[in-house]
Design a binder for this molecule. Structure first.
Ligand code: F0G
Length: 457
């Protein structure tokens, strides 16, 4: 494919600062080989996350001037409510300061210690929010998702057979709700089909279990349905989004992704009693239900962003950027997760660095080597994030995949910059034997990837 020209022109610029290899080696050592510890100014092209890092449009910035900062009943809230109803078809919702706050609120009300919550794949904060309550987060991806080379149009789907088995074996009341994460971040930004959502709902209904969407990247998911699902191909994206949300009892949402905003989130629920409890709890931890830990101008940015994200020209370019990069890397023989997902390029670190065992964190080794050679910052999604010691046997349990995610911020980097990143990865692949494994010297008990310190093994 040819890269799709950016469907925007640039009105304001932020200078990037190139650095030398010597500087980067020193900075990395000072950061304990943890890319989260770098100062952003030390990074040349920052692909750490697509969350809250995108560029807002002129219309979003101008809408922000209308932000109504009233504590209760702000006009900005009502403008957001119009957008939420128009896009998702939900009338009961609260804004939150970001996605994880929506998760904490929902789980705090609906989930208790000892219960199990199935999902196609839990994001790390979603998992941590459940585990801190004492509940278990059960990942049920389809088997195809474990093979990074295997083509499948909806690799984000939940494994319905394993879900049925879990529901069948559960004690009454053990599964308070189920989630579907669209798109599935941990398996590579892969979409969930509408058919899978519908079948999940039908199955859960037999057991009286409500279904929620972790809807961070709902528009990218809808775009893939538009492109790949025969029954829906060519249907307008807003219609597909409505169909997705019509099947669920509620949703959590991080506006830092498909809200095209720098901050913000949403929690939507259909059940009236649950919604009343959300509003009561909300005031204690997030803020009054009409502002939810955000300023009025943030609500305005989100309201506009929710509509802009559905523009087919935007989505074609956005998903096209990722797809084009994956194609460049694949053609050069670099082991990259296929098919391309919606929000980032995922390098398969175990196939990239077969000489590094999982115990020496191939993903971390690859992400840090890429920074040293190019100044590009990615993010390990693998053993640093997910390896766990089995409490019974004492053995380390490693995840199926060690990936390095190069998340593409929305409307931020041009095709030329991303082509340069792809070239840098191809050059690094040519010298892969020189990359060494890592050893952890310091770590926190929860979400260790944010703060752990490493040394070369
Ligand atoms: N769910 C998914 C699938 C996510 O990817 C994220 C955040 C969250 C929930 C939490 O949202 O950050 O607004 O609190 N993902 C970011 C990432 C941080 O880099 O993938 P949040």
């Amino acid at each position: 494919m040819k890269p799709i020209p950016e469907p925007f022109r640039i009105k304001m610029v932020e200078a990037l600062r190139p650095s030398t290899r010597e500087e980067r080696v020193r900075w990395l050592e000072e950061a304990g080989y943890n890319l989260f510890n770098l100062r952003a100014a030390q990074v040349y092209i920052d692909l750490l996350t697509d969350s809250g890092t995108g560029a807002m449009s002129d219309r979003q910035w101008s809408a922000m001037l209308r932000g109504d900062e009233s504590y209760a009943g702000a006009e900005s809230f009502y403008r957001l409510a119009e957008a939420v109803e128009e896009v998702f078809g939900f009338t009961q919702f609260v804004p939150t300061h970001q996605g994880r706050a929506a998760e904490a609120l929902l789980f705090g009300i609906m989930v208790r210690a000892g219960q199990s919550v199935p999902n196609n794949w839990h994001f790390d904060t979603t998992r941590a929010n459940l585990e801190t309550i004492g509940a278990s987060a059960v990942d049920l991806p389809i088997p195809e998702a474990r093979d990074t080379a295997r083509d499948h149009p909806f690799k984000g789907n939940i494994d319905l057979a394993r879900l049925e088995q879990l529901l069948e074996q559960a004690r009454p009341g053990q599964v308070p709700l189920a989630l579907l994460t669209v798109t599935s971040n941990g398996v590579g930004g892969q979409p969930v089909s509408l058919d899978n959502i519908a079948q999940t709902r039908a199955l859960l209904a037999r057991y009286g279990v409500p279904l929620f969407l972790d809807a961070c990247r709902f528009a990218e998911n809808a775009w893939f349905i538009h492109q790949r699902e025969p029954d829906w191909s060519g249907k307008p994206v807003p219609e597909i989004v409505h169909a997705m949300f019509s099947l669920v009892d509620g949703f959590t949402f991080s506006a830092k992704k498909d809200g095209l905003a720098n901050i913000g989130g949403l929690l939507g629920v259909r059940d009236k009693a649950v919604f009343e409890r959300v509003k009561q709890r909300m005031v204690v931890i997030e803020g009054f239900p009409t502002y939810g830990g955000l300023s009025g101008r943030d609500l305005e940015a989100m309201a506009r962003g929710l509509r802009e994200v559905l523009d087919p020209a935007y989505l074609a370019h956005r998903v096209g950027q990722v797809c084009w990069m994956v194609e460049q890397l694949d053609q050069a023989g670099v082991p990259v997760l296929k098919p391309a997902g919606g929000h980032g390029v995922f390098l398969d670190a175990r196939r990239f660095l077969p000489h590094i065992p999982q115990a020496q964190f191939p993903g971390q080794a690859l992400a840090t080597a890429l920074f040293v050679e190019t100044g590009v910052r990615g993010c390990e999604i693998g053993s640093v994030m997910f390896a766990k010691r089995d409490e019974l046997t004492g053995e380390m349990r490693y995840p199926d995949l060690d990936l390095v995610r190069l998340a593409i911020p929305r409307r931020m980097y041009t095709n030329t910059q991303l082509a340069w990143v792809a070239d840098g990865i191809v050059e690094l692949y040519a010298q892969r034997e020189r990359i060494r494994g890592m050893r952890i010297v310091e770590q926190a008990p929860v979400l260790r990837h944010f703060t752990a310190r490493f040394v070369p093994a």
